[in-house]
Design a protein around this ligand. Structure first.
Ligand SMILES: [Zn+2]
Ligand SMILES: [Zn+2]
Length: 383
């Protein structure tokens, strides 16, 4: 039988289970590096699908590495499964994880016949810290011929751009005092945080269209009658080009330092997790994925000048070491977009389920094409 047809049959046999798993994840969101119950469930699925699973893997408690196939080029399918604080699976990583498991289940029984190895790699902490960077550093991608994943979105796009990002923690230390009886003896750390926010807002006029700077006050004080002696903020600084990101970060940090000078506080800047870099889509993987997705009834547009700006992903870092793709799959959520509760609710509709199927099968069929047409040597032209 045709390997694509076989892969489709294997996927269809587990599709209902994957839909249930996606719903279970929606109902049990776990944030970055806390994905204990989630990783356990995914590992149980992959073990039952015939994978040889290492869990935990690569020194990360919630990472796993599921292998099938005994020789030949290795394809890594990345499963993300962390949720966001407060809004749950509002980035739809329940769809990413189940599509990755579905692609794996479709390919595992064919791996030896195709002369390939398939690995479903559980990659925690995409929304914070950058789990894939930890995995790269631990050697998880060494020797891989290709890496792939899909991501739900309000639009189809086979080759999205992603911005580089640094995650900053900013702390102001001042001095508490009675806000009415002796305000002059206090040093107001909330004033510093507010001034920092205003400074960055002022900087916005000189940002490029491919820059993004956004932050929140994490701790703003304890009581209105106590001058806050300590405040903390979390900021993301993003830009499309690596050198621009360095420059932008310098200017944003100057905003934080200026607020400390103005208020008499001291400031501490700390980088949280790993920086993410831009995403490089491999042209051969893009071509094959787009053709297979179209054959499944989901034509995938390519990026153009009017394509809206993307976010950031640690898959960008992977794409610089292994030929990669990260297509975005429309779940018809508009007006809801990623990181809204309404988007999370949309991941468990028939449109969300369709993204699991289309993503899993287009990835599996792409791997079948790589193997049957022996196109491995063509990969990596963009690196
Ligand atoms: Zn996200
Ligand atoms: Zn995401």
């Amino acid at each position: 039988m045709d390997p694509k047809q076989l892969a489709t049959e294997r996927f269809t046999a587990v599709e209902a289970e994957l839909r249930d798993l996606s719903r279970w994840m929606y109902e049990h969101p776990e944030v970055a590096y806390q994905e204990r119950a989630t990783s356990e469930r995914l590992v149980a699925f992959l073990t039952a699908a015939g994978f040889d699973v290492a869990y935990p893997a690569h020194g990360l408690e919630t990472a796993f590495s599921a292998r099938a196939g005994s020789g030949g080029p290795e394809v890594v399918v990345c499963a993300e499964y962390d949720a966001l604080p407060e809004v749950g699976h509002a980035c739809g990583h329940n769809i990413i994880a189940t599509a990755a498991c579905g692609a794996g289940a479709a390919l595992a029984p064919l791996a030896d016949e195709l002369g390939i190895r398939v690995r479903v790699l559980g990659t925690p902490a995409e929304e914070a810290y950058g789990g894939k960077v930890d995995l790269i550093e631990a050697g998880a991608f060494e020797g891989a011929a290709a890496a792939m994943m899909i991501h739900p979105s309000p639009m189809d796009l086979v080759d999205p751009a992603a911005l580089g990002v640094v995650h900053l923690e900013v702390e102001y230390q001042g001095k508490e005092s009675h806000a009415a009886f002796a305000p002059h003896l206090g040093v107001n750390a909330l004033d510093a945080a507010v001034q920092a926010y205003v400074n960055v807002s002022t900087l916005r006029q000189s940002l490029l269209p491919t820059d993004r700077v956004h932050g929140v006050i994490v701790h703003g004080g304890g009581a209105p009658n106590v001058i806050p002696g300590f405040t903390s903020m979390a900021w993301y600084v993003r830009s499309a080009a690596a050198d621009r990101l360095v420059e932008l970060r310098r200017r944003v940090e100057a905003c934080f330092e200026a607020a400390a000078v103005a208020t008499g506080c001291t400031v501490t800047l700390k980088e949280l997790g790993h920086p993410y870099v831009d995403l490089v889509s491999d042209p051969v993987l893009v071509e094959l994925y787009a053709a297979n997705s179209a054959a499944l009834g989901r034509p995938m547009p390519r990026r153009g000048p009017d394509t809206p700006m993307a976010g950031s992903t640690d898959m960008g870092n992977v794409s610089h070491v292994v030929p990669s793709i990260h297509p975005m799959l429309d779940i018809h959520s508009l007006p809801a977009v990623n990181h809204q509760k309404e988007f999370a609710a949309h991941t468990i509709t028939p449109d969300g389920d369709a993204a699991i199927r289309d993503g899993a099968l287009a990835m599996a069929w792409t791997v079948v094409d790589l193997a049957t047409a022996d196109r491995w040597d063509e990969l990596g032209a963009a690196l």
